[in-house]
Write a protein that binds this ligand. Structure first.
Ligand SMILES: [Zn+2]
Length: 255
């Protein structure tokens, strides 16, 4: 099924060729993907504000509409207006207004990053559900340490380097480093990230979950008790499975 791009943002619509190029480089198959370039931001995630006392602007997200019914909160109004067409799509990528109004290189980075999450799901449909357990467990605000994020950042760096060149990519990352204390840590990690290394994302997710099994069970129970998840994850089964791909697939059940 064909993919489509919705441009609510004028600046992003001028970059249609760039987004098309990124999809081609990543070999995105026709899977009924809707890419939404926003004219609204999705800011002040309430859960982050309480926990970390920082203003958090979501820059982009990937959502598997086929299996996930819990939508990132708060949900921008303009998406609400499009909800009929979006619910018909199987995969959804959202890029914020702030990113669409930034530089071409930043837009390209974010888009390649989110598309890698789509590719992760096409390879292993439950990988993001399982790796979301790691969100509040170990990584705190430095999302870049989570295996599914590392792989998306490697892809973003590789694509940006391919399109804009190594020099442009590095000067972008160095400039981003200067923008905040949080970014100074985050972009320092991205500068050091190697784009050539093989990264086994399913193996890394299994390893991180199973390194701290009892805590992960506690997080899972907390999410179930607070109705924050649609899923039951059998963590013992996941950790007993030799093959991480099969382990993830066979451990997730709809509640
Ligand atoms: Zn991500």
């Amino acid at each position: 099924m064909e993919n489509s791009r919705i441009y609510k943002n004028k600046n992003a619509s001028k970059n249609d060729t760039l987004f098309c190029q990124i999809e081609k480089l990543l070999d995105i198959p026709p899977v009924k993907l809707v890419s939404f370039f926003a004219s609204q931001d999705n800011n002040n995630r309430p859960d982050w504000k309480d926990k970390y006392d920082v203003k958090y602007d979501l820059q982009g997200f990937y959502l598997n509409r086929k299996i996930e019914s819990i939508i990132p909160n708060p949900w921008p109004e303009e998406i609400e207006a499009e909800i009929r067409s979006i619910s018909a799509s199987e995969h959804f990528v959202w890029i914020s207004n702030a990113i669409c109004n930034s530089s071409d290189i930043y837009m390209a980075w974010l888009y390649a990053h989110e598309l890698q999450h789509l590719l992760q799901v096409l390879k292993n449909k439950y990988i993001l559900i399982v790796s979301s357990l790691l969100d509040y467990a170990k990584y705190e605000i430095h999302e870049v340490d989570k295996p599914t994020e590392i792989e998306s950042e490697i892809t973003a760096k590789r694509i940006v380097t391919e399109i804009f060149g190594k020099y442009e990519c590095e000067s972008f990352l160095k400039n981003m480093k200067k923008t905040s204390r949080y970014n100074s840590i985050r972009y320092d990690k991205l500068l050091k990230l190697s784009v050539d290394s093989e990264f086994n994302v399913v193996k890394a997710v299994q390893k991180d979950i199973c390194a701290n099994k009892s805590h992960m069970k506690y997080i899972q129970k907390l999410w179930v008790d607070n109705e924050l998840t649609d899923w039951d994850i059998d963590i013992d089964n996941l950790c007993n499975c030799q093959d991480p791909h099969r382990g993830i697939i066979s451990s997730v059940k709809k509640r």
